[in-house]
Design a protein around this ligand. Structure first.
Ligand SMILES: [Zn+2]
Length: 311
């Protein structure tokens, strides 16, 4: 168990894959939440926050702070703002995209996902600090998985909030490489940055907090080598994750509609190009490729039943 490594005033709501973890920070002067989960789970997010505020005798939530703007990290922003009248903080590089809700700059259309529109009140600038609850945290740039992602580091307690830049076993999909933008080198640099910090505990975007950073860094680096040595691998992996994620949300979907979604999702269209497949071939291949992932028994069942229903 690693929860005992958390200093007073920090609570982690460990979520699943559709919703990123939410991290509540509270003290006399401030109550903040890092990341707000996926929109379909917003009611659960609201009750987790309400319950924690009540339990700790806290009046209100002052702000929601997003490590990055993927739909599993900021899908609850709009609902939280409405419920608590709190401020929303986003990475500075996303300010224009959010202000105009620019679908070319935000990731949702590209990745075939959904996120309710929200407005931001403030920005996070790498190199600066931010007060979260009772502690001050360094804001660190963490490009790779997402070019504008940030992490938060608390130097006295040596805690890193790593978002999707480092998980206990790996890191988030290197999306930019799916559409021809750099990502591998950025991931390597972000891992180097993490290695340069003295860390007692990592609170990742998904999964439980962990203390063995060295082991996770070494797992992440061999994963990066594996993906970066062959563009096809990264494209196949990214495409499978995107479909899995969408299926998690749908729970149940007709194969023809899955194929349609694949054929309309820009990140998947460019993945097909990397793999030298027509989009029709690719839309046919992708659900079947998921079935072949033996480690994923649940998805095996879901997709097999979809394919059987279709055949
Ligand atoms: Zn992400």
């Amino acid at each position: 168990m690693t929860a005992h490594l958390l200093p007073p005033g920090i609570e982690v709501f460990e979520r699943g894959w559709l919703s990123a973890n939410n991290i509540l920070h509270y003290g006399d002067a401030d109550v903040s939440l890092v990341d707000s989960g996926f929109h379909a789970h917003q009611n659960l997010t609201l009750s987790l926050v309400r319950h924690a505020l009540e339990k700790n005798g806290l009046g209100q939530l002052n702000k929601v702070v997003n490590t990055h703007l993927h739909s599993d990290h900021c899908g609850g922003n709009a609902a939280l703002e409405k419920a608590f009248d709190c401020e929303i903080y986003i990475p500075a590089a996303e300010a224009l995209a959010v202000k105009t809700w620019d679908m070319n700059l935000l990731s949702y259309e590209n990745l075939g996902q959904e996120c309710p529109r929200f407005a931001h009140h403030n920005v996070l600038v790498p190199g600066q600090q931010i007060q979260l609850g009772r502690y001050r945290w360094d804001i660190l740039a963490a490009p790779g998985h997402d070019p504008h992602s940030v992490m938060f580091y608390q130097p006295e307690h040596e805690i890193l909030i790593s978002a999707d830049a480092l998980w206990e076993e790996g890191f988030g999909v290197i999306f930019p490489e799916l559409w021809g933008e750099p990502g591998f080198e950025e991931v390597a640099q972000t891992l180097d940055l993490i290695e340069s910090l003295s860390i007692n505990l990592v609170i990742p975007g998904h999964g439980k907090p962990f203390a063995d950073v060295e082991k996770s860094l070494s797992t992440a680096r061999s994963r990066l080598d594996y993906l970066a040595s062959d563009l096809d691998r990264n494209a196949r992996h990214g495409a499978k994750v995107l479909l899995k994620y969408r299926l998690l949300e749908w729970r149940n979907q007709e194969l023809s509609l899955i194929n349609e979604w694949i054929a309309q999702t820009p990140a998947l269209i460019s993945s097909a190009k990397i793999l030298n497949m027509s989009i029709e071939e690719f839309a046919e291949w992708l659900p079947r490729a998921l079935v072949k992932q033996p480690q994923d028994v649940f998805w095996l069942m879901v997709i097999k039943s979809l394919l059987l229903a279709e055949d």
